[in-house]
Design a binder for this molecule. Sequence first.
Ligand code: SF4
Ligand SMILES: [Zn+2]
Ligand SMILES: [Zn+2]
Length: 303
Amino acid sequence: MPCKNCREKPVIRLTNSNIELCKSCFFKYFEKKVRKTISKYNLIEKKEKIAVACSGGKDSMSLLYLLNKLAKKREIEVVAVAIDEGIKNYRDLKYLKKYCKENNIEIHVSSFKNEFGFTLDQAVKKIKNINPCSICGVLRRRLLNKAAHELKADKLTTGHNMDDESQSVMMNYVRGNLERSTRLGPITGIVKDKRFVPRIKPFYFLTEKETATYAYLKQFPVKFIECPYSAISFRGEVRDLINSIEKNHPGTKHAIINSFLELLPALRNLYKESKVRTCIHCQEPSSGEICNTCLIVNKLKNA
Ligand code: SF4
Ligand SMILES: [Zn+2]
Ligand SMILES: [Zn+2]
């Protein structure tokens, strides 16, 4: 079947429909969807400073490219922030640094090693019975927020796509942790605290297949490899489950996201009394007396 819009040779069949698009129509579709998400949810305002969380992977590279493209028109300032967790043969920021240099984008890199004194690989060896992603996610969020805060960014944007978000929604359901879902959505959560830089997700309504195709066709210098820990993560299990349902019932990911967005205002209302406390060790915002970052760091000290 030729491209639905111009009859050229197609490069992709969209996940939620039978529509096929050629390269140039796909680029238009993709970028329009990003612009629509930004304006519908008011993700970015004029003159804001936007910190783009970059892993050097396909999603964040596409996001950095697109926001940089929008920067002039929207009068925004774009800066890249990256975290080196210390995962051997996986995390590689050299292409990202090169890209930023070539495109005059300021980049700030923090590492687990410098900030906490250990790499993720070392932490995983030391603490048994804990999923690597639980350590990685908590510490990375802390460093990203810290970097964005220090840079006085108005927003921190991540390349989370529809697949990531539908997995997070399902993981919170399965774990019975609905309160955590209040922190999901195209713009972050119920907690209004000046120590948190609001997080935005311009790729919210784009699937993994679409973001991967975009990055591939744009020929961004990214490696399409998976983190060695992803195979043993709970997210990996949920991802495989949703993908297998999507295969037999196309539109499942869209349905999960859309029904979640209908529920989100009610969920945020239900948990609006949740208080942000201050960690007694590091003075950072926390839901308990000691924040999750300090709990992990202390566990490692005592391991
Ligand atoms: S898969 Fe897990 S360990 Fe690997 S980068 Fe992602 S969160 Fe970190
Ligand atoms: Zn076309
Ligand atoms: Zn703390």
